[in-house]
Ligand binder design. Sequence first.
Ligand SMILES: [Zn+2]
Length: 100
Amino acid sequence: MSQILNITLITLKVTIGAMVKECPHCHALKFKNEPAGICCASGKVQLPVIETSPEPMNGLLIDTDPDSNLFLKSIHTFNLCFQMTSFGATQIVNNNATNG
Ligand SMILES: [Zn+2]
């Protein structure tokens, strides 16, 4: 007994619009129908200010380093090379400590 499989592909066009709403707490830009509090829990979550990256990373990121162009073109590859899962530790060992 043979079975006939009918597959109908429906192409949906979804328009989500522009990011026109701004959170009054964290100033995140959001789409029109995003609920309040999705970004910062209505001001309950406050992230620390991002510090400037140390050199040479900052120069590579802001295009003041001669290698910046190559770095920015390759940053996705670099991220893939160095991606890893997070890991935990139960003991902090100082390099200067004597381990017996
Ligand atoms: Zn917010």
